[in-house]
Design a protein around this ligand. Structure first.
Ligand SMILES: [Zn+2]
Length: 323
């Protein structure tokens, strides 16, 4: 097996004078912010140092992986007002594209997953700039970024993505970890507009809803796979208790396997328990004993009988690293 690429790894950076990132006090002092800082031992009063430690730890953990050789590092754009200007008051967490592009420059294992809210007025220019800089994909989180992917105003943006062969990775389902606003925009059916415009779309978390054993989007997942050759999903976060139920459904549908890309949702934890009672005890033990989240995620998927697509050149030359 050649090395896998994890298409869903988050950048977490504290704002510095020059990195263009924003983190609200509410997010920094909230449960997720505190968990990440504590878990990784980050000195939150020294942003530059904390940011370097975060990336070094990620790079080292990836280096320990047997199965995964590359990761797409994801930015996170903010909320924009009706005039397309950044709405700082409603933006709780912004990981800038410059911070992403800078981080991947000196770390060959990382690819740039920039984030562009299509509602920003310079969305097309920013896309051109990031395409030029080698972006592997564009990540969006409509629930937190407060836009509707089905809005026809974004058609030119989707056409530009298609032209540059840059996939759109869009969060689907309920969003707990960030302050979700309009949760209905996490419905994968809203992704038909970019799909119709020829953009390659990757629905994050395999269209799972995020509430255990309640999977209202699964029929949409099956339908989109059947109708659109340019539709994919990622397997990120599927070992979390609130999304693990999706794997029980997916494993019964082999026609989905070649549309599933590998992903973890790093730095979120990866659990081995979902394969208990489904796979042999040995498979569960192998997953549990993995010393890095990338291999554990791979082992759990393997134990659940869910192979992922390995040749990413089918998805995008940019993701396969040969643009
Ligand atoms: Zn994520």
């Amino acid at each position: 097996m050649t090395g896998l690429t994890d298409v869903h790894v988050h950048l977490a950076a504290l704002p510095t004078k020059s990195n263009g990132c924003l983190v609200s006090k509410k997010t920094l002092n909230g449960p997720l912010g505190r968990f990440i800082a504590w878990k990784l031992g980050l000195p939150v009063d020294k942003p530059e140092e904390a940011n370097r430690i975060y990336l070094d730890k990620l790079d080292a953990e990836l280096g320990r992986s047997t199965f995964v050789t590359k990761s797409v590092l994801l930015g996170m754009d903010g909320v924009y007002d009706s005039g397309g200007r950044l709405d700082e008051a409603r933006t709780h967490f912004l990981m800038s594209n410059d911070a992403v592009l800078q981080a991947v420059k000196t770390r060959p294992r990382l690819l740039a997953g920039v984030s562009i809210n299509p509602a920003r007025r310079d969305a097309l220019d920013e896309l051109e700039r990031c395409a030029e800089a080698g972006a592997a994909l564009v990540k969006v989180l409509p629930n937190a970024q407060v836009f509707d992917p089905a809005d026809k105003r974004f058609v030119p943006f989707y056409r530009a993505l298609a032209k540059h062969k840059i996939p759109l990775l869009s969060h689907t389902g309920y969003e707990f970890s960030l302050m979700g606003q309009d949760q209905s925009v996490g419905d994968p059916a809203r992704l038909v507009v970019p799909l119709e415009e020829g953009a390659t779309v990757i629905a994050a978390h395999a269209c799972s809803y995020g509430i255990y054993l309640y999977e209202p989007f699964f029929p949409t997942f099956l339908h989109l796979v059947e109708k659109y050759k340019n539709f994919y999903v990622d397997a990120s976060a599927l070992t979390l208790p609130n999304r693990a139920g999706a794997m029980l459904k997916i494993r019964k549908h082999p026609e989905l396997f070649e549309r599933i890309l590998f992903g973890t949702d790093y730095p979120l934890p990866v659990f081995s328990f979902p394969c208990l009672g489904i796979a042999a005890v040995g498979s569960w033990l192998r997953a549990r004993s993995a010393d890095n989240r990338f291999d554990r995620q791979w082992r759990v998927l393997e134990a659940m009988g869910i192979p992922v697509l390995q040749d990413l050149s089918k998805v995008s030359p940019r993701l396969a690293g040969n643009q």
